[in-house]
Write a protein that binds this ligand. Structure first.
Ligand SMILES: *[C@@H]1O[C@H](CO)[C@@H](O)[C@H](O)[C@H]1NC(C)=O
Ligand SMILES: *[C@@H]1O[C@H](CO)[C@@H](O)[C@H](O)[C@H]1NC(C)=O
Ligand SMILES: *[C@@H]1O[C@H](CO)[C@@H](O)[C@H](O)[C@H]1NC(C)=O
Ligand SMILES: *[C@@H]1O[C@H](CO)[C@@H](O)[C@H](O)[C@H]1NC(C)=O
Ligand SMILES: *[C@@H]1O[C@H](CO)[C@@H](O)[C@H](O)[C@H]1NC(C)=O
Length: 481
């Protein structure tokens, strides 16, 4: 790499914000999709109406205007097996190569003002036509695709003109003297332009079908998946996406999450790879925290009957001695739990989440008086598990908490109105309750899948998960529908 481009590269790397998500889509599955859709695309081209072309020229100093119109495809074919998308590493453009393109087209010509007209055939045999596309990202973070002029081998272009009456016949003799071919070239180029204009919206809508913002289930938080950049590699197209969560009802709220200083590389060899970075999860945790989504209020009557202690002053007195003597027996106790700091996600060989919870034990002294007897601080440590599923046209990660790796730890009591006591009993009881918390959390999580920022119409097979410091990577082989 030249020094200058190295400097430019380093500058770009610094200037671009830290991504929450990176994706990579292999060219191989895109080519599979291309080959499957070429027959119908050829059919679309055949039915394309090419507008008349009018050209001005001079013949022996006489100004002439020639119009070519009534284009009609008689036959059109190409070698599907050898046609493909590929990345040109010089121009960094996506090249669509149409191999062994054969075309037989009829059209009419007319020299305006001279009454000379006739028809002609245009044939193109075994031509290799390359249609370049420039992919990019616009200022709004949306992928753009621009069809560029074709790079084609039109050397086999052949034109046969049908003489039509005496004037036309004489004219034909004349017309051989000047480059009629140039004009028909123009017509052929128009054909390929129409191929490009057929393809371009397809490419654009392929990337455009990604949901640029996506709410998590019906939680009041959403992820922003606008693109930062798109890069063409020899065998894949990779993208860098924002992947920051925000609060739907408070869009001004800014996450204080600081991204790490390094970005891990992809590790899997799957055709489609999605990397969700530490930053993505940290920003999700901030959004969950800041939207109060993680706060719960459990009234004494809601506590499951399987819980070994009833949620009354008498029932809980064994765990929190002093409840009965302070407030009296058999009063209902409600539990109000909140998360008092942004949960911490640590990705190593598992996705560990540590949630600092604060639970108020609220004694309902009378119908109008509620008193917080004690506040219990505890840490909730759990592991995230995930599966991938296809639903509603999208690919979702369905998360769950691993009940074998979940525990409340680090208990401490603050603001006690009932004196000092050991938290051992409470710790045991709360951990007994964990299983219920997990079941409840998992039933919620199952309904709140995270949609992956991928184009529509993809079905996943052979899913793999890779966990490594700094990111979770999901890989799969896509089937396009
Ligand atoms: C560019 O592509 C050609 C052929 O595909 C390959 O031989 C060459 O190594 C590539 N160059 C770079 C810099 O990737
Ligand atoms: C076109 O190319 C194919 C293979 O490259 C060859 O078999 C075929 O004969 C060619 N057709 C014409 C008309 O040149
Ligand atoms: C053009 O092709 C048609 C067959 O579709 C043929 O009848 C006609 O003679 C051809 N014209 C010339 C000028 O070769
Ligand atoms: C990323 O998304 C967040 C949430 O929508 C937004 O606040 C932030 O400005 C975006 N970052 C960039 C660099 O566009
Ligand atoms: C408990 O808290 C202390 C200090 O707040 C911390 O250093 C320790 O890592 C915590 N223990 C666990 C198991 O989280």
């Amino acid at each position: 790499m030249k020094l200058l481009s190295l400097i430019v590269f380093a500058f770009c790397a610094l200037a671009s914000p830290y991504p929450g998500v990176r994706t990579s889509i292999g060219l191989a599955p895109m080519n599979k999709l291309l080959k499957a859709s070429l027959p119908s695309i050829l059919e679309e081209i055949r039915q394309t109406v090419i507008s008349p072309i009018t050209l001005s020229t001079r013949l022996l100093l006489i100004p002439l205007k020639v119009q070519i119109s009534n284009f009609e495809f008689v036959s059109l074919s190409l070698d599907i097996v050898n046609s493909n998308f590929m990345v040109n590493n010089q121009t960094n453009q996506l090249y669509l190569t149409l191999a062994n393109f054969n075309m037989f087209m009829k059209a009419d010509y007319k020299y305006l003002h001279y009454g000379i007209s006739g028809d002609f055939n245009i044939t193109l045999i075994n031509s290799t036509v390359i249609l370049p596309f420039q992919l990019g990202v616009d200022r709004n973070g949306v992928v753009t695709s621009e069809a560029l002029p074709l790079i084609g081998d039109l050397s086999s272009l052949n034109i046969q003109i049908t003489p039509n009456g005496f004037i036309s016949t004489s004219f034909m003799v004349l017309s051989n003297m000047w480059p009629f071919k140039k004009y028909t070239n123009e017509a052929v180029v128009r054909v390929f332009d129409s191929v490009s204009t057929l393809f371009n919206p397809k490419l654009q809508s392929f990337f455009g079908s990604i949901k640029f913002t996506d709410q998590i289930g019906n939680l009041p938080i959403a992820a922003d998946y606008h693109f930062y950049s798109i890069q063409l590699n020899p065998n894949s197209i990779s993208s860098v996406l924002n992947g920051t969560f925000y609060l739907i009802y408070k869009t001004g709220a800014v996450s204080p999450v600081v991204p790490p200083s390094y970005l891990p590389d992809f590790v899997s060899t799957s055709s489609v790879r999605i990397q969700l970075t530490d930053y993505y999860f940290d920003s999700m945790m901030w959004a969950l925290y800041a939207s109060n989504t993680l706060n719960v209020y459990i009234s004494s009557t809601e506590v499951p009957v399987t819980f070994p202690y009833t949620f009354t002053t008498t029932g809980l007195n064994k765990l929190i001695p002093g409840l009965v003597s302070t407030y009296g027996p058999n009063l209902p106790v409600d539990l109000q739990c909140s998360v008092y700091k942004i949960p911490i996600v640590n990705i190593q060989d598992a996705v560990e989440v540590t949630v600092g919870t604060s639970c108020n034990f609220i004694v309902l002294v009378s119908s109008s008086i509620k008193v917080t007897a004690v506040t219990l601080l505890a840490e909730f440590d759990t592991n995230f598990l995930a599966t991938i599923s296809n639903q509603n046209e999208g690919i979702y990660i369905i998360g769950s908490l691993d009940n074998t790796n979940t525990e409340f730890t680090n208990f401490s009591i603050i603001n006690s109105q009932v004196g000092i006591f050991s938290t051992d009993g409470l710790a045991k009881a709360i951990n007994w309750y964990t299983y219920y918390v997990i079941l409840k959390a998992n039933s919620v999580l199952q309904d709140q899948g995270i949609r992956l920022p991928l184009p529509e119409g993809i079905t996943v097979t052979k899913t793999t998960f890779n966990l490594y410091p700094g990111a979770v990577e999901i890989g799969f082989e896509p089937i396009f529908s």
